[in-house]
Design a protein around this ligand. Structure first.
Ligand code: PXL
Length: 282
C-alpha cells in the first residue's frame, strides 16, 4: 500500500484540510500519515475561531519518523499557517523527498480574488517558493494570480489561463494545474501544463453554481490519491474534478446542508466505485 504524508491544519469542525484528506485518502486505499500544523476550533470562515499553533512540534515529530526509517510515496501540503511553517515544509521535502516520490503542493491561501483572513501578500510570495520545490502544484486562479503577480479577473479566456500556467510553471514544478477554471458558460474544471512535454491539458465538466469551502481540499486529496493508485495525471484530474462536482451536486440536494462544507461523506462510495473501475493493482 502506498503511504502519503499530508501536512496541513486540523480544523476540528469545518470539513476541510485533514478532516477531508484523511477519510478520502483512506477510502482510496492509501495509508495516510498526518502532520498537523495547527489545531483550529473551525476553519477560518467562521467568526471567533481558536488556534493552537503546532510549529514547534513539526520537527520533533518528523525527526522521530526519520529515526524510525519511515519513507513516503508522496508528500502533500495544504493549508500551512505561517511563513515559518512553509520553511519547515521545505526542510521536510529535503529530508523525505526522493527521486521517486511525489511532492504535491496545494498553496491554500485564497479564493474568489481574496486572501484568507490569516494571510498577507508576503505569505503568497513565500508560497510561490514552496511551489518551486514541488513536482505537482494545484493553485486556484486567485492563488495563481497572487503567486505570479497577475491581475485577478472574473472574466477570462484560455489564453489568460495559459499565461498563468506558464508563469507558474516557471516556478519549477513538473506539472502545474490551475483549478476552478471555467472555459465556457455552464462548464468548470481545470487546466494544466506539463513542463516536461510542453503540453497543455484541460478537463471541464458541468458547472454547479455554488462555491463551497473545502472543495479544493477534496480535489487535491483525490488527485494525489489517484496518482498513488497508479492513475496518470489526466485520469487523476478527471476523477478528482468529477468527484468534487458530484459532491457539490449531492450537497445542494440536502435541505439541511451545512453552510461551511460539503457532504463528501455521502459520496465516498461513488469515489470508491469510480476508482475501482480505473485503479491499477497496488
Ligand atoms: O479549505 C481550506 C482551508 C483549510 N484550513 C483552514 C481554512 C481553510 C479555508 O478557509 O480556513 C484553517
Amino acid at each position: 500500500m502506498k503511504r502519503i504524508l499530508t501536512i496541513q491544519d486540523i480544523s476540528c469542525l469545518g470539513k476541510c484540510s485533514i478532516t477531508v484528506a484523511l477519510p478520502v485518502l483512506s477510502a482510496m486505499g492509501v495509508e495516510t500519515v498526518i502532520l498537523p500544523t495547527a489545531v483550529l476550533s473551525t476553519h477560518t470562515m467562521f467568526q471567533n475561531f481558536t488556534v493552537k499553533d503546532l510549529t514547534d512540534q513539526l520537527l520533533p515529530i518528523t525527526n522521530h519518523w526519520k529515526n524510525e526509517g519511515v519513507t513516503f510515496d508522496a508528500i502533500y501540503t495544504g493549508y500551512l499557517g505561517s511563513a515559518e511553517e512553509i520553511d519547515i515544509a521545505k526542510h521536510i521535502f529535503d529530508e523525505f523527498g526522493t527521486e521517486d516520490n511525489v511532492i504535491f503542493v496545494d498553496p491554500v491561501m485564497a479564493d474568489n480574488g481574496k486572501l484568507y483572513p490569516a494571510f498577507d501578500e508576503s505569505y503568497a510570495a513565500q508560497n510561490a517558493t514552496l511551489c518551486g520545490r514541488a513536482d505537482v502544484i494545484v493553485p486556484n486562479i486567485t492563488e495563481a494570480c497572487l503567486m505570479t503577480g497577475t491581475e485577478y479577473r472574473e472574466q477570462y479566456d484560455a489564453d489568460y489561463i495559459r499565461e498563468l500556467l506558464q508563469k507558474l510553471s516557471a516556478l519549477g514544478a513538473k506539472l502545474t494545474v490551475v483549478t476552478g477554471v471555467s472555459l465556457s458558460p455552464g462548464k468548470t474544471g481545470v487546466m494544466g501544463f506539463d513542463r516536461r512535454t510542453g503540453e497543455y491539458f484541460t478537463y471541464q465538466n458541468d458547472r454547479v453554481d455554488a462555491s463551497y469551502h473545502g472543495t479544493g481540499d477534496i480535489f487535491s486529496s483525490v488527485c494525489i490519491g489517484a496518482l498513488m493508485r497508479g492513475l496518470d495525471m489526466n485520469e487523476a484530474m478527471k476523477l478528482a474534478a468529477d468527484y468534487t462536482a458530484d459532491t457539490i451536486r449531492v450537497t445542494l440536494e440536502n435541505p439541511r446542508k451545512p453552510w461551511y462544507g460539503v457532504d463528501f461523506e455521502a459520496t465516498i462510495p461513488h469515489l470508491v466505485n469510480a476508482l475501482a473501475r480505473v485503479a491499477k493493482a497496488d
